[in-house]
Design a protein around this ligand. Sequence first.
Ligand SMILES: [Zn+2]
Length: 452
Amino acid sequence: MHIQFLGANGTVTGAKYLVRAGRSQVLVDCGLFDGYKQHRLRNWEGLPVAPAELDAVILTQADLDHSGYLPVLVRNGFRGKVFCSEATYELCKILLPDKGLQLEEEASHANRRGFSKHSPALALYCEADARNALRLFAPVAFATPFQPGGAFTARLAPGGHILGASIVQLTAQGKTITFSGDLGRPNDPLMAPPARMEHTDYLVVESTYGNRRHDPTDPAVLLGRTIGDTAARGGVTLIAAATLGRAQSLIYQMHLLKQSGQIPALLPVYLDSPLARDASALFQTHGAEHRLDAGQCAALRQGVTIVNSMHESIALGAQRAPMVLIAGSAMASGGRVLHHLAAFASDPRNTILFAGCQAGGTRGAALLAGRSIKIHGEHVPLRAQVVQVHNLSGHADADEILGWLAQFRHPPRQTFITHGEPDAADELRQRIARQLNWNCRVPSYADSMELA
Ligand SMILES: [Zn+2]
């Protein structure tokens, strides 16, 4: 068996791992790069393997950093199956066409306004490419072995990060490699913990928070204080979050905060995505992956106003009364959060809240560093407060990753640390080597390795 690392090296974006055994080739994850330009340019470069020669793709989850390159792969000739969990498929059905449409709209907007350096500006892919990709999906149940091609057998286990998130185990030629995917937390208020894994020969583990310990105080306390203080001074709390996944966790926390009186019960909460309605419904049909009962699932739909049309979304920008507004994307790299940032970033009464890690080079990272940003070619001054609440993230922190690793009965022959900024990946490497005495390394982009 042989692995090549084609993304999520030195960054949390662009996850792609090419695994070969004999003549079979499987791509685990097919994510979009984001952040620094040298990373984003890789979205436009070809892969070192012809897409038509891949037997299959296996997705660890639906987030675009793991699935968002699929439409390009399919347009460039991939015809195999895309295996993933059922909830991942349901979320991809919503996310991928939406991303295609967004890319088309951004390109045509740039062309109308003439601010792109490319003329004409091209969309990486369009909605039709995304719909073509969806035809190849073959959802599978957790724990049920499947054959992704040739010599390989695979199986998924719940990863606990968002609905559908999966740990992937691939076996060929008597060797097993396990991919943690984005690893959830053992005590997340919403999601069930990641599955316990006991045996693997090789391991690829994420390191988003490989150099951090989440604040042990309840994230709801900081969330409640931030929203409450902002509302008290007449401001708007704008939360940049994935509207399918983490947003549901935030809405649930806000429901509890209103119930306990920590934020005003009548404070309007808007979830700015017409797609979010379907995501909330998915919690009802995938009960085993989270901790909520039917009543708590219903709370995900109550007390929040779903914003459907772009017209309604833009109209919110003119509103000056206190409210909470959740809009994608999580790193402010695209989507509806952009026009809200343009509307709200310059008022010091407002707060911009990030509920997770911001990859280097994204607008989210720039805002956290206190820098003003450009949106649709225009400079937006930053006077709002910018807050990051790490422990609202659905990623395990360093201690929690170590706790999950410690469940393996034998050390893997080799552990590869990916999906983290360089400092986070290297610090996790040092901790795994020191505490578990495992053989581990941080691969670079395009590194390839024989798994002998
Ligand atoms: Zn990820």
